[in-house]
Design a protein around this ligand. Structure first.
Ligand code: KG4
Ligand code: ZN
Length: 346
């Protein structure tokens, strides 16, 4: 079969991204992957401001596409199709990307492919490690938290997920409570190194309930209470207090994720996969304690463990181009009436 070269666009949250991926003889290769972050634009507001994000995407997308093509040493003539995140996400941003992709499609006649952002994350281990279907995926970031059995590029079984905050959100809020810099995950992890994780016994929510659903919002409330009682007792937090709070919090998140992953692995293994694999994606998968627990767990169950490099775990367009390539190969095409979807469960 002829090689397939896909241009991918991503703009569903606070990263404007474009990438070119080529699949040749079944082997994908990233020819370019450009990401313009917007962290600075939103820093003063304590979170992503949808209107600011949408405007910045609209302003940056064409530059981003041009850079991706230049780095791939291609023009649009060398592209076979345009893939774009068409949901779920902040609607203004998704619309910016969809309109850009439609513009390219109208101008060039290239086929258009709408990609589910979550499918992009979920298919990344195939882009990076070429693993076979079906595999178990744990997607853990600032906005997502779910277990999926990935059986095909349009075939996902959701086993469970958070019923409130995503773990990354809990790390970020905990950091804020303790006066640590954002993003909270890395700062909490750094603080926790010198901490005693057994000093504070934080709750492990939903472990008493069957299934793979999780809850992380109570955990941050527990940290808040522990902080306030320390402050009431001694007028402030010592460095050690902060480290112990971080260590206790992190180990609670890791325990919940590990126990729920154990259950998800049971459900997955019941499907008798030939080459079983657990793949993780999302910013939280960068956490050493969490990563080590999941790795041990999968090895103990005779399951491979795949963690794509962080630059491909967080939002990027290479994953969208790759998912687009699989969809294209499966015969999927979208028309110019394709809509941008704020919600779009897999
Ligand atoms: O995947 P990502 O870059 O963006 C989305 O949320 O889509 O994930 C960012 C999240 C943030 O909440 C950040 O605090 C968290 O991942 N994170 C971490 C670590 N590094 C990033 N959480 C725990 N430990 C880390 N080392
Ligand atoms: Zn994402």
């Amino acid at each position: 079969t002829a090689p397939l070269t896909i241009l991918g666009l991503e703009s569903s949250c606070d990263d404007t991204a474009a990438a070119v991926v080529r699949v040749s003889e079944g082997q994908p290769r990233i020819l370019s992957s450009v990401v313009f972050g917007q962290t600075d634009l939103h820093a003063a507001f304590g979170g992503v401001v949808p209107e600011i994000a949408a405007r910045a995407h609209a302003e940056k997308l064409d530059t981003c596409v041009k850079q991706a093509l230049t780095k791939a040493e291609l023009t649009l003539d060398g592209i076979d199709a345009v893939a774009v995140t068409s949901g779920p996400g902040l609607i203004g941003g998704v619309l910016s990307g969809v309109m850009c992709a439609k513009g390219i499609s109208v101008a060039t006649g290239l086929p258009l492919i709408g990609v589910n952002h979550l499918a992009g994350h979920a298919l990344t281990p195939r882009l990076t490690d070429g693993i076979a279907y079906p595999y178990l995926m744990l997607l853990v970031s600032g906005g997502h938290c779910q277990f999926l059995i990935v059986k095909g590029c349009q075939d996902f079984t959701r086993l469970g997920g958070t019923i409130d905050d995503a773990p990354g959100e809990a790390f970020d809020k905990t950091a804020r409570l303790l006066g640590l810099p954002q993003p909270g995950g890395p700062s909490v992890e750094r603080e926790a190194i010198d901490g005693d994780k057994s000093r504070f016994r934080f709750p492990r929510p939903l472990l008493d309930r069957p299934g793979c659903d999780m809850s992380f919002s109570g955990l941050k409330t527990a940290v808040l209470r522990a902080r306030d009682s320390l402050v009431a007792e001694k007028g402030g937090l010592s460095r050690q207090d902060r480290a112990d709070l971080c260590a206790g919090f992190q180990s609670a998140v890791a325990d919940v994720l590990a126990e729920k992953t154990r259950r998800a692995l049971d459900l997955y293994m019941a499907e008798a996969p030939q080459i079983p694999n657990l793949a993780v994606a999302g910013g939280v998968a960068a956490n050493c304690e969490i990563r080590t627990k999941l790795k041990t767990l999968s090895h103990d169950s005779g399951v491979g463990f795949v963690a794509p490099p962080l630059s491909l775990c967080t939002d990027n367009a290479a994953m969208i181009a790759y998912a687009g390539a699989e969809l294209f190969a499966a015969g999927h095409r979208d028309e110019l009436d394709m809509i941008a979807r704020p919600r779009w469960p897999l």
